[in-house]
Design a protein around this ligand. Structure first.
Ligand code: PMP
Length: 420
C-alpha cells in the first residue's frame, strides 16, 4: 500500500487545491463497511456524516446487484430493458400521483440543471428563486444559484440578475420574523419566475427544518409569479426524514419537480428528476439524452438500495433512532451553554454552537474543536452553515442505538473538558 506522505505528494501535484480534505486531517481510508470506515492503520471510524452511503458503506446486497449486472449488460437508455422501466416505475410509485415521469442522470448537479431547464422550458420564464445558504451543485449555473457558494469563501455575491435569494426561515437565529411576507416580497420583486429551487429541509444553510406549511406557501407564491416548485431531495430523501419517504411530504404540498440524488445509488453516481408528463414534454422536439444515466448497472444498484430500505425498515429506524439521538443531544444541551440549538428530523440533525445564548454569536471554533476531538476518538462529524458553527449529523441509516450511545458519551466528555 502506498504510504500517506506519498499519496499526499501525488495529491498536491495532481489534484486541484480547490478540493479540501475532510475532518481537518488527512485520513487514509482503505475500507468501508456499513456505518464504519477503516483507515490504513486499522482504526475504525464511525461515520456520522456520509448520507451518500445511505444503506451502509458497501452494503453486500447493493454490491452484489451491481456486480451481477456488470457481468450481464451495461448499455444506454435508447435500448429497451426491464431494469430501467422497473426501477423508474418503482421510484414513481413512492411519489405522489402525477409525478410519473423520471429522467435518470449521474449526479445531483446534473439533475438540478435538468430541473431548471424543464422549468424554464415549461414556463417560458428565466428567473430563479433559491433559499439563502443553499447549495445545489457544482456546475457554473448552479454555483450562480447557490448562495452557499457565491456568498461563501471565494464567492463574489449575486452575479446574475435572474437569481433571487429568499431569506432562510430559521426559527432559531431569526425567530419572530414573518417568513411568509419575506418570501412574498422577494417573489413579487422577481417578476417572471421559472421556478423556486429549495430543499425540503435545509442542509448547507445549517441543518434547518422548514416551518410547517412553508413549501405550500412557496408553491402558491411561485405559481402566482408564473413558476414551478422544484424540491431538491438530494440530501434528505429516501426515508432519512423518518416520518416520510420524501421530506416534502411533511409539508402538505406536491412539488412540480422533485430532484433525487446522493443516497439513490449508495455511492454509485446516480440521480433522478421526477415530474409530470406535461412538464416532462416541455423540451419539445429537442432530444434529451444521458450516455450513462439510467444504465442497467445503475438501475440494478438503485433497485437494490430500495430493497434494502424496505427490507431493513430503514425509514422507521431513521425515525426511532433520530428521536433517540435528538433527545440525548437535547439533554446534553442543558449542561453545555455553548450548544445554542439542537434540531432535526429523522437522521438529519444539527447542533448549533454559540458563544452566548442571548446574542447567538456563532462559535465556529468550539464546533471545530468538537469535530477534531471526536475524530480523534474515532467518530467522524463535520460543520456546516454560513457561520460554520453547526455540527451536522447525517449518518448511514444503519446506525445503531449503541453507536448513538457511544457518540453521546464521547460528546459529553469532549464538551465537558473545554466548554466555555
Ligand atoms: N443538491 C444538494 C442539496 C446537495 O447537497 C448537493 C451535493 N452536496 C447537490 C445538489 C449536488 O449533487 P452532486 O454533488 O451529486 O452533483
Amino acid at each position: 500500500m502506498t504510504d500517506l506522505s506519498e499519496l499526499l505528494d501525488a495529491r498536491n501535484h495532481h489534484i486541484s487545491n480547490s478540493l479540501s480534505i475532510g475532518h481537518g486531517k488527512p485520513l487514509h481510508i482503505v475500507k468501508g463497511e456499513m456505518q464504519y470506515l477503516y483507515s490504513s492503520d486499522g482504526t475504525r471510524f464511525l461515520d456520522l456524516v456520509n448520507n451518500v452511503c445511505h444503506v451502509g458503506h458497501c452494503h453486500p446486497k447493493v454490491v452484489a446487484a451491481g456486480q451481477k449486472q456488470m457481468e450481464i449488460l451495461s448499455t444506454n437508455t435508447r435500448y429497451i430493458y426491464d431494469g430501467l422501466t422497473d426501477y423508474v416505475s418503482r421510484l414513481a410509485s413512492t411519489l405522489p400521483d402525477g409525478l410519473d415521469v423520471g429522467f435518470m442522470v449521474n449526479s445531483g448537479s446534473e439533475a438540478n440543471e435538468l430541473a431548471i431547464r424543464l422549468a424554464r422550458a415549461h414556463t417560458g420564464n428565466h428567473d430563479m428563486l433559491v433559499a439563502d445558504g443553499g447549495y445545489h451543485g457544482n456546475t457554473s449555473m448552479l454555483v450562480q444559484l447557490s448562495p452557499y457558494k457565491f456568498l461563501g469563501p471565494g464567492g463574489k455575491g449575486v452575479s446574475e440578475p435572474w437569481v433571487h435569494v429568499v431569506p432562510v426561515p430559521d426559527e432559531y437565529r431569526r425567530a419572530g420574523v414573518d417568513y411568509e411576507q419575506e418570501m412574498q416580497e422577494v417573489i413579487s420583486d422577481a417578476g417572471n419566475v421559472a421556478g423556486f429551487l429549495i430543499e425540503p429541509m435545509l442542509s448547507c444553510a445549517g441543518q434547518i427544518p422548514l416551518p410547517d406549511g412553508y413549501l405550500k406557501l412557496a408553491k402558491t407564491y411561485t405559481k402566482e409569479a408564473g413558476g414551478l416548485l422544484i424540491v431538491d431531495e438530494v440530501q434528505v430523501g429516501f426515508g432519512r426524514f423518518g416520518t416520510h419517504m420524501w421530506a416534502f411530504e411533511s409539508q402538505d404540498v406536491v412539488p412540480d419537480i422533485v430532484v433525487l440524488g446522493k443516497s439513490i445509488g449508495n455511492g454509485h453516481p446516480m440521480a433522478a428528476v421526477f415530474t409530470t408528463k406535461e412538464i416532462a414534454s416541455s423540451l419539445g422536439e429537442m432530444e434529451w439524452f444521458s450516455s450513462t444515466g439510467g444504465n442497467p448497472v445503475s438501475c440494478a444498484i438503485g433497485n437494490a438500495v430500495m430493497d434494502v430500505i424496505e427490507d431493513e425498515d430503514l425509514q422507521e429506524q431513521a425515525k426511532e433512532h433520530g428521536e433517540y439521538f435528538l433527545s440525548g443531544l437535547c439533554k446534553l444541551k442543558e449542561s453545555c451553554p455553548v450548544i445554542g440549538d439542537v434540531r432535526g428530523r429523522g437522521l438529519f440533525i444539527g447542533i448549533e454552537f454559540v458563544h452566548d445564548r442571548i446574542t447567538l454569536e456563532p462559535n465556529a471554533e468550539e464546533a471545530e474543536r468538537v469535530v477534531r476531538e471526536m475524530r480523534d476518538l474515532g467518530i467522524l462529524l463535520s460543520t456546516d452553515g454560513p457561520h460554520h458553527n453547526v455540527i451536522k449529523i447525517k449518518p448511514p441509516m444503519v446506525l445503531t442505538r449503541h453507536d448513538i450511545d457511544m457518540t453521546l458519551e464521547c460528546l459529553n466528555g469532549v464538551l465537558s473538558r473545554n466548554g466555555d
